[in-house]
Design a protein around this ligand. Structure first.
Ligand SMILES: [Zn+2]
Length: 281
């Protein structure tokens, strides 16, 4: 079969570096900064993970670009050199007026690496449960937080017999239900604030997801305790859709749009749904 034009292929390189930083606005006092930014107002340290993704056609040597020399070298020169072991607030001119948050850091790293690499995405893994993605679209970035909850459910269609439900859902239809430790990743999209360097402030974002959704689902028997699932089978798909529908409007109060929900029912079963207007469907 004839091959079409050169396919664009993406490749990624990972690096890690240690930093300290402080989220404190000079116009606020210590208490106000603490309320707004939590422990980040106290100059914590962090090991930051960095994923750099570049894309292009595959060359005669079988590569988009040599990850082990060109990309690794650019990361060492532009990122690890100035940032590893540094106090982020003092390092780059961007951070004289903007706090060094995961979103602003991804953006600032992109600006430097884009001089020598055909970038597709820069991901900054700020904590195991917090990461930001920047893809070169003005000041827009994605911010993701991951949380978890424990819940029980039973998969059965109201109106069907036990045998019919077993045929559809297998063991998941057993009458007394069973539990999961769910992991939920919520991704929002919005402009990076020129002062905070953030798309959404983490304390407010985490509190909102907890109050609007997790508190209701955690340690519940979904079918009986959450009214929505009285007549809707609480599959991972339906829980992800419920999370999307519950969170979309409240998140707008933080100045962001819901971009994606990813729900891990187990380490092997994962469900993903995009916010309205995003994704391919
Ligand atoms: Zn289950």
């Amino acid at each position: 079969m004839a091959r079409g034009g050169a396919a664009r292929v993406a490749v990624s390189r990972y690096a890690e570096f240690a930093v300290s930083y402080c989220h404190r606005l000079p116009e606020l006092d210590g208490v106000q900064n603490g309320v707004r930014f939590g422990a980040a107002a106290r100059s914590p340290g962090a090991t930051v993970g960095l994923w750099v993704t570049v894309a292009g056609p595959v060359d005669a040597y079988g590569m988009v670009v040599n990850l082990s020399t060109v990309v690794k070298g650019a990361i060492a020169r532009e990122v690890l050199g100035p940032l590893d072991g540094a106090y982020l607030n003092d390092v780059w001119p961007e951070f004289e007026t903007m706090l060094p948050a995961p979103e602003s850091l991804a953006w600032a790293i992109w600006r430097r690496l884009a001089r020598s690499l055909d970038l597709v995405r820069v991901r900054v893994q700020w904590r195991p449960t917090v990461w930001a993605d920047y893809g070169g679209e003005g000041m827009d970035a994605l911010l993701t937080i991951e949380t978890q909850f424990c819940a029980a459910h039973r998969l059965s269609m109201p109106g069907l017999s036990l045998e019919e439900n077993y045929a559809i859902y297998g063991k998941c239809a057993r009458p007394s239900g069973h539990g999961h430790n769910y992991k939920l990743a919520v991704t929002v999209r919005g402009p990076i604030d020129p002062r905070t360097g953030m798309v959404a402030e983490l304390v407010a974002f985490e509190r909102l997801v907890n109050e609007v959704l997790v508190e209701e689902l955690d340690h519940s028997f979904l079918n009986a305790d959450v009214p929505h699932f009285a007549m809707v089978v609480p599959t991972a798909e339906n829980i992800a859709l419920y999370a999307r529908d519950r969170l979309a409007e409240p998140l707008r109060s933080l100045g962001v749009e819901l971009y994606k929900i990813r729900l891990y029912e187990t380490d092997k079963n994962v469900c993903e749904v995009y916010g309205e207007g995003y994704g391919k469907d």
